[in-house]
Design a protein around this ligand. Structure first.
Ligand code: WT7
Length: 657
């Protein structure tokens, strides 16, 4: 069957699951969406009232008078850690909140009561020993261990704003984020384990804090107990301090719009931006989408394989599952270690009901262990989720048939760091699914594919821009320290009826039944293994090599990663005169710089040395041409207006050779 034919198939929801699903059929879906359209504030207000354990009720639902600076649930007071923990203690204190499995197979089951004590102790440590107060920024640079979740919730309990930096980022990248957020504390670990071997994080923190830094204190969880350096008066051991802390901590009373966290993400230009999410709106939508999209039941076990360094880990490992009182699995290891059956072994052992991962992981598990799922009992599975990039039909098919036994709902969830939670996704009990298709906007989300020129909704099969035309509770509240960038990045490109609307940066199309398929970024952002990478960031890193005169970075389709990074480099003196013997040495040096400036995730798949870049007469690099060349496509654009059209031929012959 061709990919096109595969995409045309429709899979009805499993009748058994649908009977008890929270949204049971498309009629119910449309009723909800119509209710939201008819009375938008009424819709959100009633969910906010029902779902959140308010310390003080809110007065207004939404205030968009200062759009795009929108406020939700003003006057309302709450604490997000209490929403995730305290309110469950009456009914679920002995229920597993977190099931942890370490890389080497070590296990921990943390009940809601235990979580309460751990978070309170952590909060006491931060407040009493480190002086962390409401509004302070705390950077978390940690492996996937339960203490990372305690750290997030302890910050929320104090009212401090956490900013998690993915453990794969380099010291330079960490330093940039610490400085931009002006963080006074860093929470880290000595390191952790990967593929049965220890790896280190603390030395990266040491390097990031060299010279001037706003950071006063560093707390170190000793996870792998490897030797590390301790800076006296700055570095403290969590393991030594935590037991003395009191297990009681009154949660700080927070305004609905007090910031909860920052998470840095790449844009098309400049340095990563600190995406800000605020308390009430974020936690409301995290909880609602957990309930609707994964349909997690009281006795279910839910596992999301993301890292807490990304938004998926924030919303769908920690905040969403805990807000709804679910059991969430946290995994330190690598899905293909010791073999590509590891996830399926865990599904069998913990009787996982919902499994959520990225297409890149599905492709790798498929390639390395096509027959592994059949070796395990996966009958507990009901919902299989994917996120981070468009999933290709072959990967979808294997996931559906071999992992899901053609019996599970596949929820292709489309969203972003900025949206806080899912915005477009199938509902497992209701939506007839088409492979590799995000299907429909969730109830309450006014997502539309618009023509960027006219602001009109596009027709069937016409490519347009994926937009959201009304603010929703978990919409990004700002770019930390840069109001102008916030407005320009998200509300500058598309207007509907003359009014700016939120633009995601993605292209999308409707099919004849109104199903939405995301086609990928329309800007200079590359999606590598579901991780967002700005071409400008990679270019800035490559330019640090003094032999580099000019550079242009584009994405190129990659069989496992979705997209790979392809760099065109113009050297100042050519290779002969440089201090590098050959281009292999130069490529190595350039990727070395990338590892240092950004981290391993940004290492280029291809680096080619070219005599020049295709530019317009006004000096703009024609990336579209470079993208086509990287893909090996015919050049169909008119290149006669280029400053030097002959450079295109030269580049093509270099890339082909
Ligand atoms: C970008 C957001 C959302 C958490 C993980 C990534 C792409 C995300 C899908 C999907 C097609 C997707 C988009 C988006 N993306 N989910 N289901 N189908 N594309 O978060 O790092 O903020 O990246 O990931 O391009 O803009 P992020």
């Amino acid at each position: 069957m061709s990919e096109q034919q595969m995409k045309k198939q429709v899979f009805k929801p499993n009748k058994e699951f649908a009977k008890t699903a929270r949204i049971k059929n498309m009629c119910e879906y449309h009723e909800l969406q119509d209710a939201a359209i008819e009375d938008y504030e009424g819709f959100w207000g009633s969910y906010a009232k029902e779902k959140i354990d308010w310390i003080q009720p809110f007065d207004g639902v939404m205030d968009e008078s200062n759009f795009p600076f929108v406020k939700w649930f003003e006057g309302g007071k709450l604490n997000v850690s209490a929403q995730c923990i305290d309110r469950h203690l009456d009914t679920r204190k002995n229920k597993a909140a977190i099931i942890f499995e370490g890389d080497r197979g070590d296990k921990q089951i943390i009940t809601y009561l235990e979580l309460y004590y751990q978070v309170n102790k952590f909060a006491n440590l931060l407040r009493n020993e480190f002086g962390v107060a409401k509004g302070d920024r705390v950077v978390i640079y940690m492996p996937m261990i339960p203490e990372a979740a305690y750290a997030m919730l302890a910050c929320a309990r104090i009212g401090a704003i956490h900013s998690i930096v993915f453990g794969g980022f380099s010291a330079e990248a960490l330093r940039d984020r610490i400085e931009d957020a002006d963080a006074k504390v860093v929470l880290t670990a000595d390191g952790a384990y990967r593929k049965d071997k220890p790896y280190m994080l603390k030395p990266v923190v040491d390097k990031a804090l060299e010279g001037e830094t706003p950071v006063e204190k560093v707390l170190v969880v000793q996870r792998n107990h490897e030797d590390i350096e301790w800076v006296s008066g700055r570095d403290y051991s969590y393991n030594e301090m935590i037991e003395q802390q009191s297990t009681a901590f009154e949660p700080e009373v927070m305004d609905a719009e007090d910031p909860l966290f920052l998470l840095y993400t790449s844009g098309s230009t400049g340095k990563p931006k600190g995406v800000q999410h605020n308390s009430a709106g974020y936690i409301l939508w995290a909880q609602m989408t957990m309930e609707w999209v994964f349909d997690v039941k009281e006795n279910d076990t839910y596992w999301c394989t993301a890292d807490i360094g990304w938004i998926t880990g924030h919303t769908y490992i920690v905040y969403g599952p805990l807000a709804m009182g679910a059991t969430t699995v946290m995994f330190e290891g690598v899905p293909t270690y010791p073999d590509a059956g590891r996830p399926w072994k865990m599904v069998e052992e913990y009787k996982i009901n919902q499994f959520y991962t990225a297409p890149t992981a599905i492709r790798v598990l498929h390639k390395m262990g096509e027959d592994e799922p059949a070796k395990y009992d996966l009958s507990s599975l009901k919902v299989l989720g994917t996120v981070g990039e468009p999933i290709d039909p072959p990967a979808w098919k294997w996931y559906y048939e071999s992992v899901g036994n053609s019996n599970c709902a596949i929820v292709d969830t489309y969203w972003q760091t900025e949206t806080g939670g899912h915005i477009i996704s199938p509902l497992p009990g209701a939506t007839p699914i088409k492979p590799a298709c995000a299907t429909f906007a969730l109830p309450g989300i006014m997502a539309e594919i618009l023509d960027p020129e006219t602001g009109e909704k596009v027709g069937v099969d016409e490519k347009g821009y994926m937009c959201v035309t009304r603010p929703w509770p978990s919409m990004i509240r700002g770019v930390w320290g840069d109001e102008e960038r916030f407005v320009k990045s998200y509300f500058g490109d598309v207007k509907k009826d003359g009014k700016p609307v939120y633009f995601t940066g993605d292209g999308a199309v409707y099919d004849e039944e109104g199903y939405i398929t995301i086609t990928g970024r329309t800007d200079d952002v590359i999606n590598v293994s579901g991780h967002r990478m700005g071409t400008a960031e990679v270019e800035a890193a490559l330019k640090k090599e003094s032999e580099v005169a000019e550079v242009a970075v584009v994405g190129k389709p990659h069989p496992l990663k979705g997209e790979g990074i392809f760099a065109y480099v113009v050297l100042k003196h050519g290779l002969d005169e440089s201090r590098f013997e050959d281009d292999v040495a130069m490529v190595k040096a350039l990727n070395g710089i990338i590892k240092q400036e950004i981290g391993n995730i940004a290492v280029c798949d291809d680096i080619v040395f070219v005599p020049g870049l295709p530019k317009t007469r006004s000096g703009k690099i024609m990336r579209r041409i470079l993208r086509s060349i990287a893909k090996g496509e015919e050049i169909t654009q008119d290149i006669s207006t280029l400053e030097d059209p002959s450079v295109v031929e030269k580049i093509i012959s270099i890339v082909k050779s």
